[in-house]
Design a binder for this molecule. Structure first.
Ligand code: SF4
Length: 289
């Protein structure tokens, strides 16, 4: 991976980002995080791994997340000295499926509570909107891997650290603390195995059998087209609607403005976008109008 420094960040910071980033080691043929993600990203990352270019600034949150894990890991080693059954910290588990080895690294497994606890640095928006599907898949895969390696797991939780928390926010349902503990539903083992098998089949078909995969709207974080209700003379929208019909009758003092949907991940966050034919074609289509 090539790391650039477009905004001229202080060099020690960039060096720290590079070191922390290089400490991430996956394992097996595929990790749980890759498995639940788009096979097209997996394929492009595999092919272009030496050419993928990431700007240091965009690594900030991922590096802060890793730094948080490291601090917790070292602090908990000391706590474990007083425990009869020590917590299992930052352990990677493996299991073979359809000839591929799946691996997943658990932040903290607490055998006495039969619990896996995973730390996430995330946005307040995600927690307020309860968008936990990806965490549910990830933690249930971890639970399955841990069970397959002899541990009992019947509870799953995320400890979410809200990186953009505003103490004095007046928003309705705003979290009362920047740290939220969220219970995650536990799946039957059969359901997890079916999920893993289906995803491995999909990734194998793209990586090994070279089948075409097109990123879905969900993979691309597509916002969908929107209609903004704006009070005349104002710039900011009073309300956003998914369709014109949803907006209904609007008063004379308002106007409706069309806002074309955008693939947020392709535009801003996908590290393989430079190598992606799908994204290139979609951009060309948009430019043609
Ligand atoms: S740029 Fe978009 S379409 Fe291409 S791999 Fe990334 S997320 Fe998928």
């Amino acid at each position: 991976m090539i790391v650039t420094n477009k905004n001229n960040l202080p060099e020690p910071l960039v060096r720290a980002f590079k070191v922390l980033n290089s400490k991430y080691v996956g394992g097996g043929n595929v990790s749980v995080t890759t498995l639940k993600d788009s096979p097209q990203i997996h394929k492009l990352r595999t092919i272009f791994k030496d050419y993928v270019t990431v700007d240091a600034e965009s690594m900030l949150y991922s590096v802060l997340g890793q730094a948080m894990h490291q601090v917790l890991e070292s602090a908990n080693e000391r706590v474990n000295e007083d425990k009869d059954v020590p917590d299992v910290i930052e352990k990677r588990f493996y299991k073979k499926f359809l000839g591929w080895e799946l691996s997943g690294q658990v932040d903290r497994l607490i055998p006495q509570e039969e619990k896996i606890s995973d730390w996430k640095m995330t946005s307040t928006w995600k927690v307020m909107n309860k968008k936990f599907d990806d965490w549910e898949k990830q933690l249930n895969c971890y639970a399955h891997l841990a069970r397959s390696n002899g541990y009992k797991v019947s509870n799953l939780e995320i400890v979410a650290v809200l990186r953009d928390y505003k103490k004095n926010s007046q928003s309705v349902n705003y979290p009362e603390s920047p740290i939220q503990v969220i219970d995650i539903p536990v799946w039957e083992d059969k359901k997890v195995e079916e999920y893993i098998t289906e995803r491995i089949k999909l990734h194998k078909s793209v990586i090994t059998e070279k089948k075409e995969y097109v990123c879905t709207n969900e993979d691309r974080w597509y916002t969908g087209d929107k209609w903004a209700l704006i009070k005349k003379g104002n710039k900011k929208a009073t309300k956003i609607f998914r369709t014109k019909e949803e907006a209904g009758e609007i008063g004379k003092e308002y106007k409706l403005e069309f806002r074309k949907g955008t693939s947020l991940r392709c535009e801003n966050y996908c590290e393989v976008s430079n190598f992606c034919k799908q994204y290139k074609e979609e951009k060309e289509k948009d430019e043609r109008g």
